[in-house]
Ligand binder design. Structure first.
Ligand code: NVA
Length: 315
């Protein structure tokens, strides 16, 4: 068996994704039931970008699994600058049971995985945020039951990591994934093609629309994200200002009213009220954002436990 990593959402098959979500639900009910890192073994957790939820949830997850969470400031370590990504990977792989990394280019993460010799987990790159999508899917399952056949609409920046991960992760779950985004910010063509391929296997579907009402109409889940992702700070005025290409895609009560009667609202946070989401929506009765934030812990714990099991089997 080959060593497994989760660098993007489609690294898990539909059956594997379902197994990780089942395990997350079980670990939520019994938080200390699994101790694969007993020793403690170290998990290296590197950040090249800001973090709140991801750092706290991975530290909590590794600790609960019996391990030692070693948080590394990637800028201090100078990954890819002071020494190559490949050399960092070989060092960390000798000292850790797994590596968790939040960075910029996806290619950096791929290089880490190629040289580490231990499982590597994507804790957000410019292109994908698979841990967040696992937490979101767990949250939707808790609220609405089975994921397959449900409609999940993401509105906002269709070219960012969250859009890409909803496409791949939602299609893997058999959901009908819709992206409402301006034509200037379409998802990457290769990600769309891959999501369509997955949807064809699972019975889901993929739709991209520049009409937010068409995208949201009848949806079971409405999600959005910041219009200025980490690393895009130089474009902040253009993305948030009066002429923002995303202004039509703000999730307010009028847009939520287009969704299905039991629709829930998700946001990975941090949220900017009056920009991508109205306060009445994110702070309102359909919002599950705090449950979603908590579920990062349970989902990542399950993902790590599953990956460590796979790694044992690959030896
Ligand atoms: N798209 C956002 C997600 C934050 C969790 C970003 O990359 O900054």
């Amino acid at each position: 068996m080959t060593l497994r990593h989760v660098l993007r959402d489609d690294d898990l098959t539909p059956a594997e994704q379902a197994a990780v979500l089942d395990r997350a639900a079980a670990l939520k009910a019994a938080p200390f039931a699994e101790r694969p890192l007993e020793g403690p073994r170290t998990v290296a957790i590197l950040f090249d970008k800001p973090t709140l939820r991801t750092q706290v949830s991975f530290v909590g997850a590794v600790s609960a699994l019996g391990g030692f969470p070693m948080v590394v400031d990637g800028r201090l370590a100078g990954v890819g600058e002071r020494e190559s990504v490949a050399d960092v990977a070989r060092v960390l792989g000798r000292q850790s049971a797994a590596i968790v990394w939040r960075t910029f280019a996806q290619s950096r993460l791929e290089e880490m995985a190629a040289f580490a010799g231990v499982p590597v987990v994507n804790a957000l790159t410019d292109d994908y945020h698979p841990c967040q999508i696992l937490a979101d899917l767990l949250t939707v399952r808790e609220a609405l039951g089975d994921l397959a056949g449900r409609t999940l609409t993401y509105v906002g920046d269709g070219a960012n990591n969250m859009a890409h991960s909803y496409l791949l992760g939602g299609a893997t779950a058999g959901m009908h994934v819709r992206v409402g985004t301006p034509t200037s910010h379409q998802p990457a063509a290769d990600v769309l093609a891959r999501a369509r391929q997955r949807a064809a296997e699972t019975g889901g579907s993929v739709l991209v629309s520049d009409d937010p009402v068409e995208a949201v109409r009848g949806a079971d889940v409405v999600a959005t994200d910041t219009w200025v992702s980490m690393g895009q700070e130089a474009e902040s005025d253009q993305r948030k200002g009066a002429a923002s290409p995303f202004a039509r895609f703000s999730v307010d009560e009028a847009l939520m009213a287009q969704a299905g009667p039991d629709a829930v609202f998700l946001h990975c946070l941090p949220a900017y009220r009056s920009l991508e989401v109205a306060a009445e929506v994110i702070d309102g009765p359909r919002s599950l954002v705090w449950q979603e934030a908590e579920n990062r812990l349970h989902a990542q714990k399950a993902l790590l436990a599953w990956l460590l099991e796979q790694a044992e089997g690959s030896r």
